[in-house]
Structures are given as C-alpha cells and as structure tokens.
Design a protein around this ligand. Structure first.
Ligand code: DGY
Length: 365
C-alpha cells in the first residue's frame, strides 16, 4: 500500500487531512525530532512514495546519504518550511523526486518578527532587559562604544532610574534613513510595508536592495517599487548596501554565494550607527565577526532570529551574552495560524506528490 512518511506531527488539521487522503501513514511515534536512523530506515521502505518533513534540524536533511538510502519509488519530499537549504534539490530532481515547500503563507509572520527585531535593536531592548535583570549596569554597558549617549549619562540604573539620554537609541522615524536588504523576495516586501508605518512621512527612507536575480527590466522594476512605496527604491551592490544603510536586513536564501556574506569586511563597511538584523539563515552572518564588530563599536547593534549552530546554541554563546545583540530561537513563522497554514501546505504538497499530481508549491532551482 502506498505510504506517506511523516517525520513530525504537523498539527491536528493537517494530520486529519493526511488521514483523509487514503494513503497509509507512517508517523514518527514520538512528537520530537526523529533519529536519523529512523528516517533512513523508513525512506528505504518501498511503499513510501512521499515524505513530509520538518525544516532541516538535523535528522531530516535531504542530502546524498538520504538520496542514496531512499527507495526508487519515492516521488516527493515536502518540507514544512519555505527555506530549502537542507535539501539537495538538484540531486533529488535528478532522481525524479519533486520538492515541495511552504512559500507565501509565512511572509507576514516572518516580516512581523523582522520588524520587531529592527525596533528592538534600535531601541536597545536587550540592553534594557539585561539592565533590569542584573539590577545595575553590566559590563557591556561600560564598554566604550560608538553610541552617541555620553557614558556618564548612560549608567544610572537603578540608582538614578531616569536621565535625559539613558538608554536612548536611534529613531526609526529619523528623516532620510537608508534601509538596505540582502535578499528582496516576498518577505522583504512585507517588511517594507511594515517599516514604512514607522518611518518619516516627510523624508521617507531610501530602500536599497541586493538581489542575486539580475533582471533585464531592472529600471522598470525599481520605478514600480518606488511608485508603490512612494520613495526611492533601487537595486544596489552588496558593498553599497553595507556602506549606506542605517538598517541592514538579511532575508536572502542560504547557498554557497551567501554563506558568510556578512563578514568582517562587510561589517567594517557599515556605519557605526547602523544596525543589522538577520531573519534568514544563521550562516549568512559570521558570528565571530559580528561579535567582534559589536564589541569594537563598528556597528550599533544586531537582532538575530537565526544563528549558526542553531538549535544547539549554548547559553554562554558570545552573541547570546552580548547586550547589543537580541538573539531569539528561529521564531520567524511561530504564530499558531501561520504554522497551521504551513502544515496545510506541507501535507497538500505531500498528497499531491503521492498522487503523481503537480505540487501546490514546488521548489524550482
Ligand atoms: C522557513 O520556513 O524556512 C523559515 O525559516 C521560517 O521558519
């Protein structure tokens, strides 16, 4: 009997849809990451024609080992994510396996988290929380840095809980900001929508974006973007994004050309007053270089939804301990409605693939 392998419980509605599909289900018996051995053993089962998996936390990577282990009848792998850097798409396609993913349904949610990190980082929220929790100024606050606040005024809590410039950060509404994007897909566009609600109406920000996709109609595209948002929007080289932006937002996909894209050289080009937010994939930003840049005051602050090594990030990781860095555990799409919609799309892809039909959302590389 044809079977769909389900590596994680994808939520009640999506599991019900799988059950109603008529295919046999082989479901990971524990609601936790399956072992790699369990995945490899089950994909070898000739009945398994479709696999519904989570997004690459380790045991579910679709790499050479996976492709060598899977049975020749396997038609589809459907990932519960928009990103597919954990999947060898070309290798899978070469064996006739289609890859499904979950674009679109999480754009708003990831844009919300990205916007939140921009605001938290500019307004020094991590420092504020650390200050409250420690009961007084902490070592990072005492480190000389590029911040505009005179140190004498910045170190009053809790003895002098208020002073004119205590905990002041830069203002998202400041006139003529430049906001730069590395990667400019669906999520970035929603981030622009969100940020324009906060930025200056009289002197709106310039939006620079770097995108790997070279387009013949670039000038027209930029004119359309500029008209849509009522401000200057244009494609720029990576160096210009680094040099001119007050806010740099990383939302590109992870691949060999974007690994370590934000490294010491990039960070040195950034303004001392600028912030960096990464809501894409950890390895796009070099963690050691970022920590060194923060400590040296080369940039103002950073907000990370993703970090190299996740989910295994030690509580004493230098960036976790750095008050100038907000680190959260890859929560970009973590709201109930969005995860339910991702589950629905993930199982729809798996079922369509098992039936030999076109996937609802297939990864094309
Ligand atoms: C994805 O789905 O790829 C994003 O990282 C959100 O979890």
């Amino acid at each position: 009997m044809p079977s769909i392998l389900v590596t994680r419980n994808v939520g009640p509605a999506a599991m019900a849809k799988l059950e109603a599909s008529g295919f046999d289900l082989i479901v990971n018996p524990v609601d936790a990451e399956p072992t790699r051995a369990w995945v490899l053993e089950n994909i070898a089962n000739p009945d398994v024609i479709s696999v519904c998996l989570m997004h690459g936390q380790g045991s579910d990577k679709v790499d050479e080992e996976f492709l060598n282990a899977c049975n020749p009848n396997l038609k589809t792998v459907s990932t519960f994510s928009v990103g597919f850097d954990h999947i060898d798409v070309k290798g899978a396609n070469a064996r006739g396996i289609k890859i499904g993913h979950t674009p679109g349904v999480l754009s708003d949610s990831v844009a919300d988290i990205t916007t939140m990190l921009v605001l938290m980082t500019m307004r020094r929220v991590q420092e504020g929380i650390d200050l409250i929790k420690s009961g007084g100024p902490t070592a990072p606050l005492l480190t000389p840095c590029a911040r505009s606040i005179p140190l004498a005024n910045a170190l009053q809590w809790p003895k002098l809980p208020w002073a004119p410039f205590v905990m002041c950060g830069p203002n998202i509404g400041h006139p003529n900001l430049t906001i730069g994007f590395l990667g400019f897909g669906r999520i970035s566009e929603v981030v622009v929508d969100r940020l324009l609600a906060f930025t200056s109406k009289t002197a709106p920000p310039t939006i620079l974006y770097n995108s790997s996709r070279a387009r013949d109609n670039q000038a027209q595209l930029d004119a359309d973007f500029s008209k849509r948002w009522g401000t200057t929007v244009r494609r720029a080289e990576v160096d210009e994004v680094a040099e001119k932006s007050d806010v740099v937002i990383v939302l590109c996909s992870l691949n060999p050309s974007t690994t370590d894209l934000v490294n010491a050289a990039f960070l040195k080009k950034m303004k001392k007053s600028a912030i960096l937010v990464n809501a894409a994939r950890g390895p796009i930003v070099n963690s050691e270089d970022l920590n060194a840049a923060l400590d040296a005051g080369e940039i103002y602050g950073a907000g990370l939804d993703v970090i190299t090594g996740e989910p295994h990030v030690a509580p004493d990781h230098p960036l976790v301990l750095n008050s100038r860095c907000v680190v959260i555990p890859h929560m970009g799409s973590a709201d109930m409605d969005t995860r339910a919609a991702m589950g629905d799309l993930c199982v729809s892809n798996a079922i369509a693939g098992a039936k030999g039909e076109a996937l609802v959302a297939e990864v094309k590389v």
